[in-house]
Structures are given as structure tokens and as C-alpha cells.
Design a protein around this ligand. Structure first.
Ligand SMILES: NC(=O)N[C@@H](CC(=O)O)C(=O)O
Ligand SMILES: [Zn+2]
Ligand SMILES: [Zn+2]
Length: 348
């Protein structure tokens, strides 16, 4: 069994860096372990224009330590009002790498978004094909009549399949997939056009983790964790060697008091443990030889970007995850708080 692995520096293809104090607090955990990150636009207010993305990128760059090579790849938040012209501006800016679809009300800060994708956004989607701009989707329907555990499957059937049929040349990333249905669907689509990101929590935890010994708010995220058979299916998908699946942590920090509340926020802060956690998944599947493609090759290949050239070492040295990280504004509790993990990353 390997005691040390050296792999190409990974990128995070789905990350929430937030803004203000929270950005300052969490940026180092990602910028020290990843080359690039696709930065989600669900701020308050959301990043809906290229101008706002440029300003947000500037504020991220200001938080990075001197000499950091971390590169934030920005995204726009699709709304019913987004114009095809905005897509052209985004492409010309050279800093926007995707447009994010949040079905209205699907998740944190997604109140006033797309209500009718085909009715209101078709011209924008056609321009995205023209500009080779990927659509990144939070793939859950929001109809309250649909059971929360079925929302991803129903999204595939009612939105994604018709969308891909209508616009087969649109690049689509199904973000944070959680089900066998999603893994099978992505595997059945054209390589290079449809791909998926997968989080550490959906690979390592099933829905029991939300209720283990009492309600566990730090294991609550969206899409919600699913049953064990689904977890096993997405582990098989990512460890199969398929190029369609890549690393996207969905690290989504919320202050401890917002998680431990009578109405707790959705989102798991996993940036500090992400590389250890993904390595554990591949080790347990006997597929450490497939880890690097998932963490460091498939993402840039899909986005048409060069692979990173620097490397990271993963040493099989047990380390204890902090119970929480404290800041002037409050605390953030990471995934696997207080637990011991095996693989410790460091830049080489
Ligand atoms: N994943 C989550 O549970 N929450 C994310 C939003 C998202 O990615 O859906 C957040 O911004 O907090
Ligand atoms: Zn999401
Ligand atoms: Zn997310």
C-alpha cells in the first residue's frame, strides 16, 4: 500500500468562496491546495453581470497571499433577465468560465432566478453554444410536491434531457451529483459535452449521517445526502476512470450559528479536508491509480484549459481535523470535525 502519492495540483470545479469576512476566512483553505477554482456566483446579491464578476474576482485576488498562483475562475448567475449580449461580454472578459443555473428556490441564495428555462432563456443558451460557454446546473427541481430525495432524478427527466436534446452542442456540467440516476445519465451522454462534479460528502456519507445519534446539521447540504446504493453508484462512476467526472468540492461555509439553528442553512464546509477525503474514497475503492485524473485532468480537459504543472504530495500520515475554525465574526465547523483522516496534502 502506498505511503505517499505525488499528483498534479488539483483544481476545484465547484466552490463557494463567499465575500467579506467569510471570504477572508476560507480563501486560504482552497488557495493553498488547489490551482484553480470555479467560483459560484450565489452571493447576496448574486453575480449576474460580467462587471460584477470582475469586481468579485478582484476582491478574491486581494485576499490571496503574495506569491499565490491560485486562480479563481468566475461564473455568472443565470436569471430570467440575462441577455445574450451579457454572454458575449462574459466570453470577451476572459475571466468568466461558466454560467450557473439555479432553479428558483433550489438552494442557498437562489430566490429570484430562472423560473422558465425554455421560455425565458433559450436565446441565452443558444449564445452560450456559440461562445462555447458551459452551463453549470444545480440539478434539482423545486416543486414542493416532489419528494426531496427524488428532485435530482426528476430534474434529469424534465429539464436536463429535453435541454440536451434541444441543444446537443451546449456544454453542461451537472454539479454535485448524488444519485445513480445522475451518474448513469452523465455516463450515457456525449463525452466532452456533459460532465459532472462530485463532492467528498456524497462519496463518503449516506443519508444516515444526517441523523446519526441525533440531528447532525453539519452534514446537511443540498442536494441532500442519499441512500447507500446511490453513494456506491457515484463511487463506482468516479473510480471507473471515466473522463466525465471531476472534482468539485461544493465547499459551502456557513457560520456555526447558522448551521446549528432551528432552520439551519444547507452547505458543508469541506475545503480543509477535501483532498484527504477524496484520496480516502479512491483508496477504499482500490483505485488510487485513478485519483489524479479525477482531481487534476478531467476538469481542465473538459473546460479546455491546460492541466496544472505543479504538484501536490499526499502523505499517509494521520491528522486530526480541527473541531472548528475561529474568526473574529464567529466559527466555522468543517466536515469531519474532530475526526482523524489518513492522507495529508502538501505542495511540493
Ligand atoms: N450545497 C449547499 O448545500 N449549499 C450551497 C449552495 C449549493 O451548491 O447548492 C451554498 O451556497 O451554501
Ligand atoms: Zn448547488
Ligand atoms: Zn454549491
Amino acid at each position: 500500500m502506498a505511503e505517499e502519492l505525488i499528483i498534479t495540483l488539483p483544481d476545484d470545479w465547484h466552490l463557494h468562496l463567499r465575500d467579506g469576512d467569510l471570504l477572508q476566512a476560507v480563501a486560504p483553505h482552497s488557495s493553498s491546495q488547489f490551482g484553480r477554482a470555479i467560483v459560484m456566483p450565489n452571493l447576496k446579491p448574486p453575480i449576474t453581470t460580467t462587471a460584477a464578476a470582475v469586481a468579485y474576482r478582484d476582491s478574491i485576488m486581494k485576499t490571496l497571499p503574495a506569491g499565490s498562483n491560485f486562480s479563481p475562475l468566475m461564473t455568472l448567475y443565470l436569471t430570467d433577465k440575462t441577455s445574450p449580449e451579457e454572454i458575449k461580454l462574459a466570453r470577451r472578459s476572459g475571466i468568466v468560465y461558466g454560467v450557473k443555473l439555479y432553479p428558483a428556490g433550489a438552494t442557498t441564495n437562489s430566490q429570484d432566478e430562472v423560473t422558465d428555462l425554455f421560455g425565458k432563456c433559450l436565446a441565452v443558451l443558444e449564445e452560450m453554444v456559440e461562445q462555447n460557454m458551459p452551463l453549470l446546473v444545480h440539478g434539482e427541481v423545486t416543486d414542493p410536491k416532489i419528494d426531496i430525495f427524488d428532485r435530482e432524478k426528476v430534474f434529469i427527466e424534465t429539464i436536463l434531457q429535453p435541454l440536451i436534446k434541444r441543444l446537443p452542442k451546449l456544454k453542461v456540467v451537472m454539479e454535485h451529483i448524488t444519485t445513480k440516476d445522475a451518474a448513469d445519465f452523465v455516463a450515457s451522454c456525449s463525452e466532452g459535452f456533459v460532465a459532472a462534479t462530485v463532492t467528498p460528502q456524497h462519496l463518503l456519507l449516506n443519508r444516515n449521517a444526517i441523523f446519526q445519534g441525533g440531528l447532525q446539521p453539519h452534514n446537511y447540504c443540498l442536494p441532500v445526502l442519499k441512500r447507500e446504493t446511490h453513494r456506491q453508484a457515484i463511487v463506482s462512476a468516479v473510480t471507473s476512470g471515466s473522463k466525465r467526472f471531476f472534482l468539485g468540492t461544493d465547499s459551502a461555509p456557513h457560520e456555526k450559528q447558522c448551521k446549528e439553528s432551528s432552520c439551519g442553512c444547507a452547505g458543508i464546509y469541506n475545503a480543509p479536508v477535501a483532498l484527504s477525503a477524496y484520496t480516502k474514497v479512491f483508496e477504499e475503492a482500490g483505485a488510487l491509480d485513478k485519483l489524479e485524473a479525477f482531481t487534476s485532468f478531467n476538469g481542465p480537459d473538459f473546460y479546455g484549459l491546460p492541466r496544472n504543472t505543479s504538484r501536490v504530495k499526499l502523505a499517509k500520515t494521520p491528522w486530526k481535523v480541527p473541531e472548528s475554525f475561529s474568526f473574529s465574526f464567529g466559527e466555522i465547523v468543517p466536515m469531519f470535525a474532530g475526526e482523524t483522516l489518513d492522507w495529508q496534502p502538501s505542495l511540493v
